[in-house]
Design a protein around this ligand. Structure first.
Ligand code: HEM
Length: 151
């Protein structure tokens, strides 16, 4: 039950983050917080950089959620191997994505880096989606439901 709630919650927050990232890019406010990790007023939001502030805050929340989900998946007995693999890749991708976000800022929105940021975001989304699907297919004891018919 906890894995269903956690993975689905993580997926929903990540989905919102991808929207916010697209909005940051489309409105051209990617450098409104020119430093990393904090915006000009530290932890205080301000209307001058609110969109980028929200992107970073939701990214930090997403990072935490993905890592906590991975922790639960690895701790749970009898989760399918594919679920473990997907959540480990998701953990690596979220750490990579947040690091890449910092590099995007330092390199002043270099096109290749921004494109890679989008691509890695898709990998991350796919892995969290897979983890969520596995969680919803699990029986209460933790065994995934077998979908293929025996020959
Ligand atoms: C899990 C973490 C993150 C995800 C999934 C994510 C996702 C995205 C996505 C989908 C975009 C839109 C890209 C495009 O339309 O080409 C974007 C843009 C952006 N992200 Fe992130 N992001 C994350 C973390 C971060 C962090 C930590 C930072 C900076 C500290 C950051 C900085 C940026 C910037 C500056 C842009 C706009 C680039 C531009 O102006 O074109 N991101 N992000």
């Amino acid at each position: 039950m906890i894995l269903k709630a956690l993975s689905f919650g993580t997926l929903a927050v990540l989905f919102s983050l991808i929207f916010i990232g697209g909005y940051v890019s489309a409105t051209g406010v990617g450098l409104s917080c020119p430093d990393w990790p904090l915006c000009p007023q530290g932890l205080m939001p301000h209307e001058d950089f609110i969109i980028e502030y929200i992107h970073r805050t939701v990214a930090a929340t997403t990072g935490l959620l993905v890592l906590v989900t991975t922790g639960f998946v690895l701790k749970s007995r009898q989760v399918p191997r594919g679920m473990k693999l997907a959540s480990i890749i998701a953990a690596g991708a979220v750490v990579g994505q947040i690091t890449l976000g910092a590099v995007v800022i330092v390199e002043r929105l270099h096109a290749v880096l921004v494109t890679t940021h989008l691509g890695l975001g898709m990998v991350l989304f796919s892995m969290v989606l897979m983890t969520t699907i596995y969680a919803f297919k699990m029986r209460p004891q933790g065994k995934a439901v077998e979908t293929s018919q025996p020959a």
